[in-house]
Structures are given as structure tokens and as C-alpha cells.
Write a protein that binds this ligand. Structure first.
Ligand SMILES: Nc1nc2c(ncn2[C@@H]2O[C@H](COP(=O)(O)OP(=O)(O)OP(=O)(O)O)[C@@H](O)[C@H]2O)c(=O)[nH]1
Ligand SMILES: [Mg+2]
Length: 255
């Protein structure tokens, strides 16, 4: 793997922030990331002209912010793929993916960066700790996804695949991400499962998540849940194809 034996001093961190209809909340997110010394790749996922102007201004105001503009809205997955491509091209070794709506506890960033520095060749990801503001249906959907991800990876190594707060080792994640054609909410799940299939070690830590920061959610119950179900169907088939490989790797690990 390209990142093997990477030394902590060679690591170059950035944050990827996909933005759709969250341009107002994203300023505080960007300022907090910059205050932690992070370079920022903000992806404008086809926002309306007024939203785009706000993001242009944020990129001017907040140090080390690069704005990637997608002409048309493509979905969260499409936005993160654009962000990872830019991170790869700019030479960043690690990318912290974080939502623009400020749902994630930004105070956890130093902890996650420290974990990534300690384990530069691994994926450092999160599982959500909700307060009472979480919609029950979303919590239920997450449990169903957790079940299917355990089937798809034949393991319990991924306690959560939907939380959009995670640190990717870019040289490993980008080659996988660029082959994924899952541009909406299924992306976070699919890349996690596919990275697990490559044998990438994953480390999970809790993060506090609240609902909602600015009241804007792009999650569409029917459209996104249908897409997520299709994602699981595809990944279950993918698991069957890779079954010998997954089992062989499991056996090798046990020895
Ligand atoms: N859903 C969605 N999000 C997008 C899109 N493009 C970029 N994003 C960003 O992806 C992140 C996740 O979107 P949210 O609408 O917060 O979706 P979510 O966090 O799964 O849903 P909630 O838990 O209801 O907030 C945010 O930073 C969005 O601004 C898009 O087309 N659809
Ligand atoms: Mg959100």
C-alpha cells in the first residue's frame, strides 16, 4: 500500500467539507477547522448562485481554504469524491471528512487527528453518540445498515458506516473512491465496506452528533433509503464474489 510505513512527520492533513444548502452553517465549520491548523477543501455541490457566493467569500476569508465548485448538484458522495480527488492532487496524505451542517462535535478533531497520527496507515472513523434530538427513524435505519454491513464484511469491525466524520488515508481511499458510482447517501457506506475489503485496518471512536444545527437536512427518506437498500444489495453480491479472498485473509490473520 502506498501509505505503508508512513512517518507521522510526513503526514499532510486536510479537511473535506461537502456543502449543499448548508452554506450558512459551513462558515463556522470552516473557521473551526482553520483554527485547528487544517487546510480545507470545501466542495460546493451545485448550490444556488447566492449559496455559491457565500462559499466564495468563506474561501477568501478563511485561511488555506480551497473551493471546488461542482456546476450541478451531484449528491454527498459525488461531492466527497471531488474532495478526495482534490486532496490527492494537492498532495495531502490524510483527509478528515466532516459535514457542513455542524452536526459533529468539532471539539473532537484534535483527538481524531492524534489517532490518525498514531496510526497513519489505518482509517480512523467514528460512530455517533446522539442526544435526544435524533429522529427515531434515522436511528432505526442506522441499525439496519449496521446489520447489512456486518454481513457484507463478514465481521463486526465496522460499528458504524454512515457517520460522515472520518479520516481517510488518501493514497488508499482515492483509488477506491474513484471507482464508486454511488453519488448520494450510500457513498459513506460503500467506501467503508470497499476499504474493509482491501484489508485496510479501521479504528472507530465515538463522536457526539446533534440534530439539527441549522434545521436544513438534505436526507430524503424515500429516495435515500431506496438508494441505501440498493447499495446493500450490490455490496452483498460483492461480498459473495470476494468470499474466498475475505475468508483467506481472515484465516491468515488468525495464524
Ligand atoms: N444530502 C446531501 N448532502 C449533500 C449533498 N451535497 C453535499 N452534501 C453535504 O453532505 C453533508 C451531509 O448532508 P446532510 O443533509 O447533513 O445529511 P445527513 O447528515 O446524512 O442528514 P441529517 O442527519 O438529517 O443532517 C452535508 O455537509 C451536506 O451539505 C447532496 O446533494 N445531498
Ligand atoms: Mg447532516
Amino acid at each position: 500500500m502506498a501509505n505503508a510505513k508512513m512517518k507521522p512527520e510526513d503526514m499532510k492533513f486536510c479537511a473535506i467539507v461537502p456543502v449543499f444548502r448548508h452554506e450558512l452553517a459551513s462558515r463556522k465549520v470552516a473557521e473551526t477547522l482553520a483554527a485547528q491548523g487544517l487546510s480545507i477543501i470545501m466542495v460546493d455541490d451545485g448550490n444556488a448562485p447566492e449559496g455559491h457566493e457565500i462559499l466564495v467569500q468563506i474561501a477568501k476569508d478563511v485561511p488555506n481554504t480551497t473551493l471546488v465548485t461542482r456546476e450541478k448538484n451531484g449528491g454527498k458522495g459525488a461531492a466527497v469524491i471531488s474532495g478526495l480527488k482534490t486532496a490527492y492532487e494537492m498532495g495531502f496524505t490524510h483527509a478528515l471528512q466532516v459535514d457542513a451542517d455542524g452536526q459533529h462535535d468539532m471539539e473532537a478533531i484534535p483527538f481524531f487527528m492524534k489517532a490518525a497520527r498514531k496510526h497513519p496507515d489505518d482509517m480512523v472513523a467514528s460512530f455517533p453518540m446522539y442526544d435526544s434530538s435524533v429522529p427515531k427513524a434515522r436511528e432505526q435505519g442506522r441499525k439496519i445498515t449496521n446489520f447489512w454491513v456486518a454481513v457484507e464484511t463478514l465481521s463486526k469491525e465496522i460499528p458504524d458506516s454512515m457517520c460522515g466524520f472520518r479520516v481517510y488515508p488518501v493514497a488508499i481511499a482515492w483509488p477506491v473512491a474513484k471507482k464508486i458510482h454511488n453519488y448520494r447517501m450510500g457513498f459513506d457506506i460503500e467506501i467503508m465496506v470497499r476499504l474493509s475489503w482491501t484489508g485496510l485496518k479501521m479504528r472507530f471512536y465515538p463522536i457526539k452528533v446533534k440534530y439539527p444545527e441549522d434545521g436544513v437536512s438534505n436526507f430524503r427518506a424515500i429516495r435515500d433509503n431506496v438508494a441505501i437498500s440498493l447499495t446493500h444489495t450490490k455490496l452483498c453480491l460483492g461480498m459473495l464474489v470476494r468470499l474466498p479472498l475475505i475468508l483467506a485473509r481472515r484465516l491468515a490473520k488468525k495464524k
